[in-house]
Write a protein that binds this ligand. Structure first.
Ligand code: 5FU
Length: 337
């Protein structure tokens, strides 16, 4: 797998961030230094690390010819305001740029079990989405070679690939689970993790990416959308504390079905991390097996940066029209917040 060349512009004054025990300093984009989050296996600590200085920040990010919906792309700093300037993780900027190019804050939850169907779905809705979320372990007859087709089609449409693995084990085991038959470390840009086992899980994930010379971002589950979940306010607060201390944590999963919960999460998280929200559907009825839904516009207005939409798109009679409708609703909400 080709090593990632994704970088971000951050102030050089905060590049040598302290170890995760001390809490990492979260950089902002006020100066033109280029850095990436890095796990140091020998020292067992994580820092932001300067890797050069360049005025050509956009040029440093993988260039991909995007198939875009009609309309002029907006400059991401204008569209995202403080979020653009405050988020330090390089992949957060990549996501925000793609969202501007596509005029969509939709991450497709591609919950289909055949690679052929997955590729066809992403190929068709690609121009209207900004990210691709997978559950690789639902793939029937998985082979890493076939999975390469999913990676290719995501890249073709400029999409970050987000494996919603919801890791929850100790750091060492999680590092191993990033490899194995699915080899998540070699193709996923983002993964989800629970915080239940403590902060070392994040370094375990980062160590796995480091071992294949890639960087990635972790979304910690601070809230969930499912009925009766046990992620109560105290747990959410501790999760944010854990995330704030690590340069690898790009942001949090919030409950997209409840704008009040999203607003409260945003207030606690501040501007420096992403909040991505599942539990979103244009027809906000109850979903299957305890899933709850809210409206995409409300989620974005409440402070979410990406709505994660599954059945609202892949179960629709016209997935392209549905993806377009979700994209338009989320973009309009971003423009008015
Ligand atoms: F962390 C979470 C959560 O709290 N709720 C979720 O629904 C993740 N999800 C994922 O979002 C879930 O695993 C599905 O892949 C997706 C939602 O799919 P839906 O069809 O839009 O309900």
């Amino acid at each position: 797998m080709v090593p990632s060349s994704v970088v971000a512009v951050v102030p050089s004054s905060v590049v040598a961030a302290p170890s995760s025990e001390e809490g990492a300093v979260v950089p902002s984009l006020e100066e033109e230094g280029v850095c990436r989050p890095r796990y140091h296996p020998m020292e067992g600590r994580s820092t932001f690390e300067e890797i050069g200085r360049s005025p050509l920040r956009r040029g440093a990010i993988d260039k991909i010819e995007l198939l875009k919906p009609e309309g002029e792309a907006m400059r991401p700093d204008e569209a995202w305001g403080l979020r653009w300037h405050s988020c330090a993780h390089p992949l957060s900027h990549r996501y925000m740029e793609v969202a501007c190019d596509k005029r969509s804050l939709v991450v497709l939850a591609a919950d289909v079990s055949r690679v052929d169907d997955l590729v066809e779905l992403v190929e068709s809705v690609g121009p209207h989405i900004a990210g691709l979320k997978t559950h690789v372990d639902m793939t029937e007859g998985f082979t890493i070679g076939e999975w390469g087709r999913v990676v290719d089609v995501a890249k073709k449409h400029g999409l970050l690939i987000f494996e919603d693995r919801k890791f929850a084990d100790i750091g060492r085991v999680t590092e191993t689970q990033m490899g194995g038959m699915y080899d998540i470390r070699s193709w996923a840009d983002l993964v989800t993790s629970h915080s239940i086992s403590g902060p070392d899980i994040v370094d375990g994930i980062a160590a796995a990416w480091d071992s294949v010379q890639r960087i990635g971002g972790v979304l910690l589950l601070a809230q969930m959308s499912s009925r009766g979940n046990l992620l109560e306010v105290g747990y959410t607060d501790s999760t944010i504390e854990m995330g704030t201390a690590s340069p690898h944590v790009i942001g949090y999963i919030g409950n997209g079905s409840n704008p009040d919960e999203i607003s409260s999460l945003r207030e606690k998280v501040g501007e420096g991390r992403m909040i991505w929200t599942p539990g979103v559907n244009l027809s906000a009825e109850e979903g299957a097996l305890g899933q709850r839904y809210g409206h995409p516009s409300n989620a974005i207005l409440a402070g979410s940066d990406a709505v994660i939409v599954g059945s609202g798109i892949h179960k629709s009679e016209d997935p392209v029209a549905a993806a377009k409708a979700y994209g338009e609703a989320t973009w309009a909400a971003l423009m008015s917040r």
